[in-house]
Design a protein around this ligand. Structure first.
Ligand SMILES: Nc1nc2c(ncn2[C@@H]2O[C@H](COP(=O)(O)OP(=O)(O)O)[C@@H](O)[C@H]2O)c(=O)[nH]1
Ligand SMILES: [Mg+2]
Length: 194
């Protein structure tokens, strides 16, 4: 698999033009998005190197080619959840996301959440929005090395239940990973092309 950084886009105008489908990574700041990009693409510092520090709202685009399996674009979305205004997402985040979601390139979203956290209402709201758009959703519980093995299954079942009852979403995929240890990363790599 070959990967390269394309651009950090701060506005719709900077979104790259390409004929491929996109996979978006979404989740709170610090949930492990950049670590997963590096683990998935088997590049030690690709995501950290291109990431802009601070609170700038940007989508980092990467081009990924895997021989006869094809080419796709990976989009590392800006984190959220720690805005100074005490709102979970800023207007800038919301506007950039809406433009990105509605561009018609998005095939799949990896929604990342720290396995020790509970999903929040506004996150369910965004997932439902994507679900209705027909985007394939994969829920990824991250940092599973931080909890006991017995807790992993429990956390996943709980998440499934919440998304089914509160979010009315049934056709979701679930994974749990540790980018640190490499656990579960192979399964996700396989799902990139499906
Ligand atoms: N224990 C553990 N820590 C992780 C894992 N993935 C990421 N981290 C740590 O969590 C912090 C945030 O990770 P990062 O990938 O930058 O998150 P991002 O803000 O969502 O891009 C860093 O200190 C990482 O080293 C993991 O699988 N296990
Ligand atoms: Mg990051």
């Amino acid at each position: 698999m070959e990967s390269s950084f394309i651009i950090s886009a701060a506005s719709q105008k900077q979104f790259p033009e390409h004929p491929y489908s996109e996979i978006g990574l979404m989740g709170k700041s610090n949930c492990g998005k950049s670590s997963l990009v590096n683990a998935l693409l088997q590049r030690k510092k690709l995501a950290y190197r291109s990431a802009t520090p601070g609170s700038t709202v940007m989508i980092n685009f990467y081009k990924v080619s895997a021989g006869d399996k094809g080419v796709f674009i990976l989009a590392d979305m800006p984190g959220y959840g720690y805005s100074k205004t005490n709102k979970a997402v800023s207007k800038g985040w919301n506007d950039l996301m809406e433009a990105f979601f509605n561009r018609g390139c998005l095939r799949k979203v990896f929604f990342l959440i720290d396995i020790r956290r509970k999903i929040e209402d506004f996150e369910i709201k965004y997932l439902k929005y994507l679900y209705k758009l027909g985007v394939q959703l994969t829920v990824i519980l991250t940092k599973n090395d931080k909890v006991k093995k017995s807790e992993i299954h429990k956390a996943m079942n709980q998440m499934k239940k919440v998304l089914e009852t509160e979010g009315k979403m049934t056709k979701l995929n679930f994974h749990s990973i540790s980018s640190l240890k490499g656990t579960g990363v192979k399964d996700l790599q396989d799902s990139l092309f499906s």
